[in-house]
Ligand binder design. Structure first.
Ligand code: RIB
Ligand code: CA
Length: 318
């Protein structure tokens, strides 16, 4: 089976770290061309350092890390360090990685790498605010449209929101960027909270992954445990009367989709994003009815198989 050429744009972040671990581990399936970082959960210098640290633990310093933009297109950065810890990797000690980021910036790397590949071959996974990708589309729209697909974690329909009652964090952090991506004409697969809330890192998952005893598995288990220990007033539980069954594995779902698309169900839709309102900033309006939507612009992930995601983690963190 030929390798899937992939670039991962992220804002590590504890769940980004698990997504990186999965992508670094699945070297029999993925040709990970590079990792690009953006400001998001924590500041750009920390997301970039964190990506290099995860890469070091995974033993994949063959994969370049390129730093992207330090702030959203027009808005001030909004961190999510309540959910990820001040350094962005839970309790993992902040230190300087052996190998730092590459000299060239993320946008230059994206353009060069996508242009060097055959059209419709490179997949792009985005697990943070879409600032880098929107800048790529604005800078080199034809290059962006050479991508096979862009698989993003962002938005919500049935599940409302997590950073506010009506918006998911990645979209809320840079709604103008999301608007550019949704209007780009690129092939989009969108993992909203509706999908990622179906994939929860229960205590049993933490123990099963931790039992693998590899450095990467131990780090991933620590990330999941950190998320599960967040104070109740921060954690969005789908059903308030149910005890939290584990934090959602938002970002690993994106990599799991690339490895096992059959584990997910998609629905054609039209996604639009709120950029004007203060109250509903970053809300994603997801329409499935052709008569109402007019032209569709994405595929919305409606169902996710959590067991498939756990199986992939156990296989590739071992
Ligand atoms: O809402 C969840 C998303 O926001 C995840 O990507 C998490 O890492 C944060 O970036
Ligand atoms: Ca993220």
């Amino acid at each position: 089976m030929s390798l899937i050429p992939l670039i991962l744009d992220c804002d590590p972040g504890v769940d980004d770290a698990v997504a990186l671990a999965l992508a670094f581990g699945a070297r029999d399936r993925l040709n990970l061309l590079g990792v690009t970082t953006t400001a998001g959960n924590v500041a750009l210098n920390n997301t970039t350092r964190n990506a290099c640290l995860i890469r070091q633990v995974a033993g994949r310093e063959d994969v370049p890390v390129h730093a992207g933009l330090a702030k959203p297109l027009t808005r001030e950065p909004i961190l999510a360090d309540d959910f990820h810890g001040p350094e962005g990797l839970g309790h993992f000690p902040a230190s300087e990685p052996r190998v730092g980021p590459a000299a060239s910036d993320a946008i230059g790397f994206l353009i060069q790498t996508i242009e060097a590949a055959s059209p419709n071959t490179v997949s792009l996974a985005v697990t943070g605010p879409m600032t880098n990708i929107a800048t790529l589309i604005q800078t080199a729209p034809e290059t962006a449209r050479r991508l096979r697909q862009i698989v993003v974690m962002g938005g919500a329909r049935r599940e409302g929101g997590n950073i506010t009652a009506s918006a998911e964090y990645n979209i809320y952090a840079d709604p103008e960027a999301a608007d550019i991506v949704f209007k780009s004409g690129c092939e989009l697969v969108v993992f909203g909270l509706d999908a990622t809330h179906q994939v929860r890192g229960t205590q049993a998952w933490v123990e099963a992954i931790g039992a693998l005893k590899t450095p990467m598995a131990s780090l991933a288990a620590d990330m999941l445990a950190f998320s599960n220990a967040l104070p109740a007033n921060l954690v969005d539980t789908s059903e308030p009367d149910q005890p939290a069954t584990g934090a959602p594995l938002h970002d690993p779902c994106v990599i799991a989709y690339l490895l096992a698309p059959e584990a997910f169900q998609l629905r054609p839709c039209r996604i639009e994003v709120e950029t004007q309102s203060t109250l509903t900033r970053g809300h994603t309006a997801v329409e499935f009815r052709p008569a109402v939507a007019g032209a569709f612009n994405a595929k919305w992930v409606s169902q996710a198989d959590p067991h498939a995601v756990l199986s992939l983690l156990l296989r590739y963190l071992a």
